[in-house]
Each structure stands twice: as structure tokens, then as C-alpha cells.
Design a protein around this ligand. Structure first.
Ligand SMILES: [Mn+2]
Length: 359
């Protein structure tokens, strides 16, 4: 098992690559969507939180990530002695109408195919994604973690309808927040699964050919509905439905232990065992939580309800040989709250992995 670090777009710097290496990482997962552009956020490096208008502005709909950009990123990561394992998340400006079944859907399918081909050409093996209309929305921030450390959680459902111009919790129409744009009509679970099925049918053959595995993140937070919109994978069994829908080897999981542990059904150790045995995990998000939706809270990695060392042992037993990243971590009181939180999580995971490898 390999240890990695996930970095947001504005953090893809030589200094942070060196930090990852120093913290024991061998791999990096990179976000190319800029969640911090024109939005309201707590801190410059913290997890995006945002407002009813989401995290801020999505990217340029006409400008896809170029092959050159991807190759340069990989080279920069490799220059620090690390490997670029995955790109995480599509830009809502590039693929939003696939989620909404909107008028630009055909163009957005072409966008996704182009991006996947380029990712394959740049020798990046995995693309992580979250097939979600409302995206990561409805989380609150508080001094929830040990010692009053700031962390995210939920304090009840979030049902405020999505305004037009917002997709996957980012603004794709920059003029929408300044006018009364109306709201997006709620879809049904059946419609969402139909959209997902069509997406997999059209995109997975291209991904297979490009040598890229598409790794599906479960819903964060895993509620049946957020902002009136249905969620795809909000119980552990729905992950199996997503795998069974399309047998392509490109159909993989961005296995988020924290989100799975927040779900109201299932035993997290059985869930880890079930999915790691199938050899369909692209990479793992590993963080800890207390309680279930809609009232869970994120915790330090040693401090929640999940026995993270037991999770590592199950992954090891089932021969998982991919990358594990800490996902999120509470912020620690010092000059570098994000880095300290991550370094703590990395040290804990590193020790857990080493203890297993030595056995
Ligand atoms: Mn996650």
C-alpha cells in the first residue's frame, strides 16, 4: 500500500510537493478545478465550504485542460521524487450538463472524452470523480475535533433549492448570482441513475482505450437528497449498483472511507472488505468521523468511530496495492493549520502501513 497526498489546484507548488515527500508520501493526487476562485472560504488552504452559491466560480467552459498542462504537472511532481497517481474531479463548466441532462450534454460528453484521452496520454493512471448534481454541499464548519480543532460536519439536512447557474456546487453562469435566476427542478433517483448509465456507456470505452480508470467517489455528504436533488451513492450497497452497471475495467472506485462511515446503513469493516476484495478500488480517501448523516462530524484520524488501523489491515489482507490519501483533516492551531493537520494524518497512516508491511 502506498501513501499519497491530495493537493488543491493552488497548492500544486514545488514547496507542497516537497512537503508531501517529507511527510512520507510517494504519490500525489491533484485537483485541477479551482474551488477557491471567487468564493467565500474560511482559510486559503482549508477544505472548500462556501455559501448557498457554492464554492465560487467554475472554470472556463471553452478551455479544457491541455495535454501540455497535464504533462508539465506530472513532470513537476516527478521532479520532487513523487508520482502523479490521479487527477481528482471534473470542472462543472466542462461536464455540468451531463449531470443536469442539459442542452449542452453532447458537447460535455465530448469534453470528458477529450480530457480522459489527454490524461491517458500524459500517463496519469486514474481520474477521480463525483457524479453528483448538488456536489459537496450542506456541510457546516465548527470546532468539532479534539482540542477545539476546526473541522467540517453536518448539523441537519440541507434542502435549499439550487439556483439556476449552479452545478455541482459551483457557479457555471457568472451572471446568475446577480439576478433572480430561478431554481433547478429536482430530478428523481431514477433519472440520476439513467444519466449515470448513459455517461458510463459513452465514456468508459474511451477511458479503457486511454488506459485511465475512472474512480467514483460516493456522495459527500451521503444524504438521499441534498438541495432537493437526488444522490447516487448514499448507502454502501449503491456502490455495488454502480460497479454492476458497467463491467468495464475502467469502472473503479474512489473509495472514501469517511463518506462510507457517515452512511446510515452498513458496517464499515464489512464494506471495506466487500469492495477491496473485488479489486475495483482506484485509490482510497482515508479519514475518520463521528456519528452519521445528517449529524456527523469529521475528527482527527485516530479519534473517530472508525478503527483506521483495522481498515488498513483489511485493505492489506485483500491485496490492495494502490494509493491511500488522508482526504480531509482537522486544522491545527499553528502558523500552518492545513499542513500540520495533514502531517499528523500522514504520520499516523505511515505508521499503520509500516506496521502491516513488517508483519
Ligand atoms: Mn472523500
Amino acid at each position: 500500500m502506498k501513501l499519497g497526498l491530495g493537493l488543491y489546484r493552488h497548492m500544486l507548488t514545488p514547496e507542497n510537493f516537497a512537503f508531501a515527500k517529507q511527510a512520507g508520501a510517494t504519490h500525489v493526487v491533484a485537483h485541477l478545478v479551482d474551488y477557491f476562485r471567487g468564493g467565500a472560504h474560511v482559510g486559503p488552504d482549508d477544505q472548500p465550504t462556501g455559501t448557498d452559491w457554492g464554492w465560487g466560480l467554475a472554470g472556463d467552459p471553452g478551455q479544457l485542460w491541455t495535454l501540455e498542462e497535464l504533462v508539465t504537472l506530472r513532470s513537476n511532481v516527478e521532479a520532487a521524487g513523487l508520482k502523479l497517481e490521479a487527477i481528482e474531479n471534473f470542472d462543472p463548466a466542462h461536464w455540468g450538463d451531463i449531470l443536469l441532462d442539459g442542452p449542452r450534454r453532447a458537447q460535455h460528453i465530448e469534453n470528458v472524452k477529450t480530457i480522459i484521452r489527454r490524461v491517458g496520454e500524459a500517463d496519469i493512471p486514474i481520474f477521480g470523480y463525483n457524479f453528483s448534481i448538488a456536489g459537496v454541499a450542506g456541510r457546516t464548519k465548527g470546532n468539532y475535533a479534539r482540542g477545539g480543532a476546526p473541522a467540517v460536519g453536518m448539523e441537519g439536512p440541507y434542502d435549499r433549492p439550487m439556483p439556476n447557474g449552479l452545478v455541482w456546487n459551483m457557479i457555471v453562469d457568472p451572471t446568475a448570482p446577480t439576478r433572480d435566476s430561478g431554481t433547478i427542478p429536482p430530478a428523481t433517483h431514477e433519472q440520476l441513475w439513467d444519466r449515470f448509465q448513459r455517461f458510463t456507456d459513452e465514456v468508459f470505452p474511451v477511458a479503457e482505450k486511454a488506459g485511465v480508470r475512472l474512480a467514483l467517489h460516493p456522495d459527500d455528504p451521503p444524504m438521499p437528497f441534498i438541495r432537493g436533488q437526488p444522490r447516487l451513492v448514499y448507502q454502501p450497497s449503491l456502490y455495488q449498483k454502480a460497479l454492476d452497471l458497467n463491467p468495464s475495467p475502467a469502472n473503479a472506485l474512489e473509495f472514501c472511507v469517511g463518506s462510507l462511515a457517515e452512511m446510515t446503513e452498513g458496517d464499515i469493516y464489512e464494506v471495506v472488505d466487500t469492495y477491496s476484495r473485488q479489486n475495483r478500488i482506484g485509490y482510497v480517501h482515508l479519514r475518520n468521523v463521528r456519528d452519521k448523516v445528517p449529524h456527523y462530524k469529521e475528527t482527527f484520524i485516530d479519534d473517530g468511530e472508525v478503527d483506521v488501523l483495522r481498515v488498513l489491515a483489511i485493505l492489506k489482507k485483500n491485496g490492495f496495492d494502490g494509493v491511500i490519501i488522508p482526504d480531509h483533516a482537522p486544522q491545527m492551531s499553528c502558523a500552518a493549520p492545513w499542513h500540520a493537520g495533514m502531517a499528523f494524518a500522514m504520520g499516523y497512516l505511515k505508521a499503520g502501513i509500516q506496521a502491516l508491511e513488517k508483519r
